[in-house]
Design a protein around this ligand. Structure first.
Ligand SMILES: [Zn+2]
Length: 456
């Protein structure tokens, strides 16, 4: 293994130079003017793979091309699919950047550029690790496939279509994604769970026009009154969602998970101070991190009705509406939640008001069992590179593409973030620590070996 370490050291400067080259391509997916840059970024990647002797292909889509690559076959070895994205966020406001976003600049051990951490730098770690194996050992310990998209920042539509129609081509034993952050600098994390979501719009309509509340109040149902009554009945004072069967499919936290979450260095006061509130609230019986990561929740996202202007207007509004959503946890199914919600609204809606529920979008949560051998392999690889065991975390939000991989390819998805929370993703002065870049490459090198060991 010494030789691979030596190779990585000897090539470190060149790896950084190649990352800079990649970062100079202004591949902003949202901006049609940058279409040629999208093509250039895809071609740049295909060239990287070609140099390694991988079969690679730039796949045109309706929007931005996908890049697929595959290593020469290693018979009998497991297959890993690496996912990443070469598109980046827009750079405005430009005047806030200390150095131009597409002129990578080194400052204080960091490389500053749009896309440095999200996701060009992190993605490249998994290509350079393959290079190290091939140049030093002449072969890879695992079969590698790569699928790299150019639409992550604009909704991943083409990738999702490709995944559905090419599941065979992408078939693998596990998926590896590095597009996130460590738990804290030097405290690497494996993210093994994501929440899902079920998002709705409720529209209520009552009388055929806005009415005078003096003439009609107390005689016909006010849709705004009905709306708040329905919305508030969906949760009780203890933070429990009030839908029939809502908790039936929830996978409870295991004692091991609860212990691990409790041991994380997490400062609740700082978390609350950040958002300017004094106390946390939520479902009784669970810690803040447990509620945020592993318990389902309900939030009103917007609501409207009646008079919104200055001063008073005595109106009994004709309509009222709201957008609201449930964050779901594995194994809750959005379709089942929708059915229960319709039943509940039908019960709660008073006479004199008609209701319509729009199902805006839903996706289930993802949970990779902590005792999965792939999680263990990743933990060992990370420990070898970072010098400490990773912590295990979950994510309160959802990453639609992760859910899709999990659902279509039916294998563990390893979320291994090499970045940091203060990397300014999507903001001015995005950066990636060069130390993290090189640690990421090392972790990836050992990951291929640890995964290979699972089958021997
Ligand atoms: Zn990203």
């Amino acid at each position: 293994m010494l030789q691979i370490d030596q190779y990585l050291q000897a090539q470190a400067a060149r790896f950084e130079e190649e990352l800079c080259e990649f970062l100079r391509i202004a591949s902003i997916s949202a901006d049609p003017q940058h279409r040629p840059d999208m093509e250039r970024a895809a071609a740049w990647l295909a060239e990287q793979f070609a140099r390694l002797g991988f079969a690679s292909e730039v796949i045109p889509t309706e929007r931005h091309p996908l890049v697929f690559a595959q290593s020469p076959e290693v018979p009998g070895a497991p297959t890993v699919l690496v996912y990443g994205h070469y598109d980046v966020q827009p750079v405005e406001p430009l005047q806030m950047w200390l150095s131009p976003p597409f002129e990578p600049t080194r400052r204080d051990g960091n490389l500053y550029a749009r896309g440095a951490t999200d996701d060009k730098g992190q993605m490249l770690t998994h290509i350079k690790s393959a290079e190290a194996w091939l140049r030093v050992r002449g072969r890879l310990p695992v079969n590698l496939k790569y699928i790299i998209e150019g639409e992550e920042e604009v909704g991943s539509v083409s990738l999702e279509q490709y995944l559905e129609s090419h599941a065979d081509r992408l078939a693998c034993d596990c998926v590896v994604i590095s597009d996130g952050a460590q738990f804290a600098p030097g405290v690497p994390a494996i993210t093994y769970g994501l929440r899902g979501i079920a998002y709705y719009e409720l529209r209520l309509s009552g009388p055929n026009r806005d009415l005078h509340s003096g003439s009609f109040g107390g005689t016909v149902t006010n849709p705004a009154n009905a709306l708040v009554r329905i919305l508030s009945a969906l949760v009780d004072e203890r933070g429990r969602v009030q839908l029939p069967g809502f908790y039936d499919d929830v996978i409870p936290l295991t004692p091991r998970e609860r212990r691990q979450i409790a041991e994380l260095p997490f400062d609740e006061q700082q978390y609350l101070a950040q958002v300017g509130v004094e106390n946390s609230t939520g479902e009784e019986g669970y810690s803040l991190l447990e509620r945020r990561w592993a318990r389902p929740t309900y939030d009103i996202n917007g609501l409207w009705s009646g008079y919104q202007g200055e001063g008073a207007k005595t109106v009994l509004p004709a309509t009222a509406g709201a957008k609201f959503s449930f964050r779901l946890v594995p194994n809750q199914q959005p379709a089942k939640i929708t059915a229960a919600l319709k039943q509940r609204i039908a019960e709660l809606c008073p006479p004199g008001v008609r209701w319509e529920l729009l199902d805006l979008h839903g996706s289930p949560g993802v949970l990779i069992p902590l005792d999965s051998p792939y999680v263990e392999a990743a933990a060992r690889a990370i420990e070898r590179a970072f010098g400490r065991r990773p912590v295990y975390t979950r994510e309160g939000g959802s990453i639609p593409v992760v859910g899709k991989f999990h659902q279509v390819l039916r294998c563990p998805v390893l979320l291994l973030g090499w970045g940091r929370d203060d990397d300014n993703t999507h903001s001015p002065n995005e950066k990636f620590s060069l130390e993290d870049f090189h640690r990421g490459i090392r972790a990836s090198v050992w990951l291929w070996e640890e995964i290979a060991c699972l089958q021997s």
